[in-house]
Design a protein around this ligand. Structure first.
Ligand code: GLV
Length: 334
């Protein structure tokens, strides 16, 4: 009997992913609510002489990690983003890298709209107002905010998630602008079929014209700090920024300044820099009037987390069998 491949999983993921792995592999799960950390990942991979690493976006998977086990041949991340994996180093070593695109786009788009609506219509403030027993009467000016319907939505990054967010703008009859590395005629055509006419513009024009700006770019050298002092300055004073991409796409100190001096009206963040954001970070002084925060949960529907787990397992199993990965980060970044 040939030995079963050994897989180290850096956190407990849904059974939809663990079960198929366990059918074919010897699976070792880091059974703790916090990530194992770089040193422990190195140690466990070496001890287990693991063939596969199933990681999360909270793990830093660099060349050192890839060298920790002589047998490592697959890294499969339980996330669509793979900025935490050094894909160049993996490619150099012939290690396959899987990720989970597509399955979380609808759920992440839903949550993006939840944040956008929350920031616009001040639901968190309303909640706190009621609980603080401040609600004395119906008020003509109580917690007023901007309309979402017929406003202008600026989508930065028209990939899977950005386009899915844009599609939902049809129901609100919004004008949709998008900025992207290049104009995407095919995506525009697909949106047209849903009644959305998306107009390609440069980022500075998008920032100047949008009531709501929503970020959907991957994190890389070109997008780190994409939204900083200058960009906030370019936005209208009553603009709302939503970020469900990656925290470092927005310069947090610049956001703090922009909210303080009124360069923009509000922001809603599911992702932050640093992440996790400490509860006493200076930017939290703007909560809840100008800032709404969530702990990186945009893809956190039960069904989507199951689908992500299954896809991460499928990538792992394909790679261990020597087959090409159904969703390879190496291929998808080309
Ligand atoms: C979530 O942020 C992901 O990349 O899956």
């Amino acid at each position: 009997m040939t030995a079963r491949p050994v897989v180290y999983v850096t956190r407990e993921i849904p059974d939809a992913g663990l079960d198929p792995l366990a059918d074919e592999c010897e699976v070792h799960v880091h059974d703790w609510k916090l990530p194992p950390g770089h040193d422990r990942i190195l140690r466990r991979l070496a001890e287990l002489e693991a063939d596969g690493l199933l990681c999360l976006l909270t793990d830093d998977v660099d060349g050192e990690v890839m060298d920790a086990s002589p047998n490592l041949r697959v890294v499969s991340t339980f996330s669509v983003g793979y900025d935490h994996v050094d894909v160049d180093e993996a490619e150099r070593r012939g290690i396959a890298v899987g990720h989970t695109p597509g399955v979380l786009s609808e759920t992440t788009a839903d949550f993006t709209w939840a944040l956008l609506m929350t920031a616009a219509r001040r639901t968190v403030e309303g909640n706190e107002y009621v609980l603080a027993d401040e609600w004395e009467t119906w008020g003509p000016k109580l917690l007023t905010g901007p309309d979402v319907h017929h406003a202008t939505l600026g989508v930065v990054g028209l990939g899977n998630i950005g386009a899915t967010v844009a599609r939902r703008a049809a129901g609100f009859e919004m004008e949709v602008l998008y900025a992207n590395t290049e104009r995407d005629g095919a995506a525009e055509q697909r949106l047209r079929e849903f009644g959305v006419e998306a107009t390609y513009v440069e980022l500075d024009e998008l920032l100047a014209r949008s009531d709501f700006v929503t970020l959907h770019v991957p994190l890389n050298e070109a997008t780190e700090g994409l939204i900083g002092d200058e960009e906030f300055e370019a936005m209208p004073d009553d603009a709302v920024l939503v970020n469900t991409s990656r925290g470092p796409v927005v310069d947090t100190d610049a956001l703090d300044r922009a909210l303080a001096d009124g360069s923009i009206k509000r922001a809603a963040l599911d992702v932050t820099d640093p992440e996790p954001l400490p509860g006493d970070h200076p930017v939290t002084r703007h909560v809840p009037e100008k800032l709404v925060l969530a702990p990186h949960i945009a893809s956190a529907s039960i069904g989507t987390r199951d689908r992500m787990a299954r896809m991460a397992a499928e990538n792992m199993l394909a790679g261990l069998r020597g087959e090409s990965l159904p969703n390879s980060a190496v291929e998808d970044r080309r």
